[in-house]
Design a protein around this ligand. Structure first.
Ligand SMILES: [Mg+2]
Ligand SMILES: [Zn+2]
Length: 192
């Protein structure tokens, strides 16, 4: 019998890196200077770190899944350089109004749906109830709500404006300035 571990599910654009619209080449992937330090703190606190990202640019034909995988390797390399690691990387390439027909599906993975978190939980042995989702959009926090995890909104990316306009029934457990602020909050608020 194995013990399930809690995870921090991280949105990518606007949370780990600057949201520069559709990021279609590595030069546009600008990590926040504190991102790797935050990831190291999450892991030292006992959390797995899993990226869950909507990449509708694939559905729109702006870049391929191979490029999303390139960015995942890039992030993994940067984490390794910073003496830490990213334990899982999941992306949704779909969109209901995709230009590329094979991605035009009403999938279960596109946030606000929780498919990526559920799949990660199954594949990596994650205890969702002790986990947390961090992102700059309410659709990120909808994933938290759907799986019974805590949700933290960061005010980077769209977060500063999103935080002012919560959709009905949506709340964040915390609103933090950025990912390192979220790490500090989390260390200060362990699950009972
Ligand atoms: Mg985002
Ligand atoms: Zn999808």
């Amino acid at each position: 019998m194995t013990t399930k571990r809690p995870a921090v599910f991280l949105d990518r654009d606007g949370t780990i890196n600057v949201d520069a619209g559709y990021i279609d080449r590595l030069e546009r992937l600008e990590l926040y200077p504190f991102a790797i330090d935050a990831i190291r703190l999450f892991r030292r606190a006992g959390y797995l770190v899993v990226v869950i990202t909507n990449q509708a640019g694939v559905a729109q034909g702006l870049y391929g899944e191979d490029f999303v995988e390139t960015t995942a390797r890039f992030l993994a390399d940067r984490a390794k350089l910073g003496d830490t690691q990213i334990d899982g990387h999941y992306y949704c390439p779909h969109s209901p109004d995709a230009v590329v027909e094979r991605y035009r599906v009403d999938c279960e993975c596109r946030k606000p749906k929780a498919g990526m978190a559920r799949r990660a939980a199954e594949e990596l042995g994650i205890d969702l109830a002790r986990s947390v989702v961090i992102g700059d959009r309410w659709r990120d926090l909808a994933v938290a709500q759907a799986v019974g995890a805590r949700g933290i909104m960061v005010k980077t990316g769209y977060g500063a404006t999103e935080a002012l306009n919560p959709p009905p029934g949506m709340t964040a457990d915390a609103v933090c300035d950025d990912l390192i602020g979220a790490a500090v909050w989390l260390l200060d608020h362990p699950v009972a």
